[in-house]
Design a protein around this ligand. Structure first.
Ligand SMILES: [Zn+2]
Length: 262
């Protein structure tokens, strides 16, 4: 072909290559992180001089107690428990995939087992002051490939970081979940959703694999034995409009904490 035409084709091929290369970068975009504390609560944050990486410390500033308040997963992922008495105290790291990780330090208690699949907005612990801490607070970090990043919540940067509390504030929409319910992950595959909490109830849907669900309420129904567990509690799922046995809710308790009775 004429040189001119050849160069044009070559240029378009190069552009095509560049676009192809750009795709994986796009796929590694950060999760849409939400605040690490419950829906509607207002907390203030700071980054003091001795702070590690791009961390922020959060304390509650809406009149409620900081100590003992639920700490929530800011995005879905796999939660790992750690303890470092001389530093981070009891803490959880959540691996979100794509190189992204979040830290939650100084927890009073853990709310999930080590290695649990957690949903965005699911309680992973309670706020405390374990480790090297001067008082109850959440020390929170977002890391990409192990490097601390400037914290973004709902896509908005919290920079510039204030050096003390009560200068900047964040109100959480984490776990608000529009139509209500408490977020959990399911496990297992081919899980039947039934119209009511009984094995004789019609099947209204199936969960193909681990799924984030919002549990509206729970009640006792037929006793189910599966996967080495026996349980008669069932959860009503908001978006699937039916019930599954609590065996397939990824939480160790037979009756889920913080979920009302139907
Ligand atoms: Zn800190």
């Amino acid at each position: 072909m004429p040189l001119r035409r050849f160069l044009a084709v070559l240029a378009s091929l190069l552009v095509g290559t560049a676009l192809l290369v750009a795709v994986p970068t796009e796929a590694l975009a950060a999760p849409n992180f939400k605040a690490p504390f419950p829906c509607g609560q207002r907390w203030t944050y700071s980054h003091h001089s001795a702070e590690v990486r791009q961390a922020l410390d959060f304390v509650r500033s809406d009149g409620g107690a900081t100590n003992g308040t639920p700490v929530l997963a800011s995005a879905a992922g796999t939660a790992y428990r750690f303890s470092q008495p001389s530093g981070a105290g009891n803490y959880i790291a959540i691996e979100h995939g794509g190189g992204w990780k979040t830290y939650y330090f100084h927890l009073g208690t853990y709310s999930v087992p080590n290695g649990a699949q957690v949903a965005q907005g699911q309680q992973i612990g309670t706020t405390g002051s374990t480790g090297n801490s001067s008082g109850p607070h959440i020390h929170y970090e977002q890391l990409y490939n192990g490097v601390g990043q400037t914290i973004r919540i709902n896509g908005a940067s919290l920079a510039p970081y204030p050096g003390s509390y009560n200068q900047k504030y964040l109100t959480s929409d984490n776990g608000c979940g529009g139509g209500g319910g408490t977020p959990f992950m399911t496990w297992g595959s081919g899980i039947r959703v039934r119209a009511d909490a009984y094995l004789s109830s019609p099947v209204v849907g199936t969960l193909a694999g681990p799924t984030q669900v919002f549990v509206l309420c729970q009640k006792q129904g037929d006793t189910v034995t599966a996967e080495g567990y026996t349980n008669n509690w069932w959860s009503k799922l908001r978006d699937q409009n039916g019930f599954i046995t609590n065996i397939y809710i990824n939480h160790p308790a037979a009756q889920l904490p913080g979920v009302p009775i139907c």
